[in-house]
Design a binder for this molecule. Structure first.
Ligand code: 13P
Length: 340
């Protein structure tokens, strides 16, 4: 394992106000996004949509890396350049989702476990050949009455650590993503309590598996009220609680933290990131790895029409630019009103 190379890539993924585009929706998940804009879920439409994002002029100023799905990593632009080659040429690191999604956890109703370790070493070697230099594995922790359980948290954390060790062995930077969901009606305090326990457990297992912390990127949820909570905590409360939680558990050896958006609106997820970066100095770089919060407006503006590709790209570039400002603590909510 070349530790210097892992640390260099991990740092590049979060440095200089740039962040990650999570465009790794599985074929099933992208169908949900396409259904909303009445676009048929064909391989060509998926390719055309990813091409729209990746060919957005100027996106590399704000986007350091792109997480792709297996199919996308093997696809090319209309003019025949492989997506991985295009991104690498633009100084954007190609990444790959390697987990196989979640499955119900036997004996633990309401809880899920992420699958995908079987054959992972072989797949990582192939992905490296195809140009991927980082990977993603998402563990999902839900909050409700009587869960998450200790067993669920420990099992998910163990799997994340084994995945991370396998990635580093293959010279691929692991994005370690333990997502505490914001579905449900729980309070921000409950989210903080659960996120505390999850992060403590994840770093314990990373240590146990001898994962090189300088060569990972953490992708956590923000500490936030559940979507259905009646009194949702303010933006400044979210920023304070999230930082408190991260400072307790994430060693400064970790170069950066790239948040998921998790169902927050585009503007909310940008504001929260900005507030955290304004309360520095912080021991790690804080950036974004958003899926929905970078793509919602772009998808609507595009709507599957070739004539709207430029409009979709303008919306994507706007979100990328505003999140880049937030990654530097220089975002203003007034900027939302500016035309894309
Ligand atoms: P969201 O930002 O839409 O939560 O997606 C990020 C992601 O990659 C989830 O795994």
């Amino acid at each position: 394992m070349n530790r210097n190379e892992l640390a260099r890539i991990a740092h590049a993924m979060v440095a200089n106000g740039r962040g990650l585009l999570a465009a790794d929706e599985s074929t099933g998940t992208i169908k949900k996004r396409f259904d909303k804009i009445k676009v048929e879920n064909t391989e060509e439409n998926r390719r055309a949509y990813r091409e729209l994002l990746f060919l957005t002029p100027g996106m590399a100023d704000y986007i350091s890396g792109v997480i792709m799905y297996d199919e996308t990593l093997r696809q090319s632009t209309k003019s025949g350049e492989r997506f991985a080659d295009l991104l690498t040429r633009l100084n954007v690191v190609p990444g790959i989702k390697v987990d196989a999604g979640t499955k119900p956890m036997p004996n633990f109703p309401n809880e899920v476990i992420t699958e995908g370790l079987d054959g992972l070493a072989g797949r990582l070697a192939e992905y490296h050949k195809l140009g991927a230099r980082f990977a993603k594995w998402r563990a999902v922790i839900d909050i409700g009455e009587g869960f998450p359980t200790r067993t669920n948290i420990e099992t998910n954390a163990e799997l994340l650590a084994r995945y991370a060790a396998l990635c580093q062995e293959a010279e691929i930077v692991p994005i370690v993503e333990p997502e505490v969901l914001m579905d449900g009606a729980h309070s921000i305090e409950r989210c903080e309590q659960v996120t505390d326990e999850v992060l403590a457990t994840v770093f314990d297992r990373l240590f146990a598996h001898r994962v090189y912390l300088e060569g990972i990127v953490l992708k956590p949820n923000m500490v936030i009220s559940g979507q259905k909570a009646t009194n949702r905590a303010s933006a400044s409360d979210v920023a304070a609680a999230t930082l408190r939680c991260l400072k307790r558990h994430v060693p400064p050896a970790v170069p950066g933290i790239a948040f998921l958006s998790g169902g927050q609106s585009e503007a909310e997820s940008t504001l929260h990131l900005d507030l955290m970066n304004r309360s520095g100095p912080l021991p790690w770089l804080l950036s974004f790895s958003y899926g929905r919060a970078l793509q919602q407006s772009a998808l609507s503006a595009w709507g599957g029409a070739t004539a709207n590709v430029a409009a979709g790209q303008r919306e994507f570039l706007k979100r990328a630019r505003l999140n880049s400002l937030a990654a530097k603590g220089k975002y203003e909510s007034g900027l939302e009103k500016q035309a894309a």
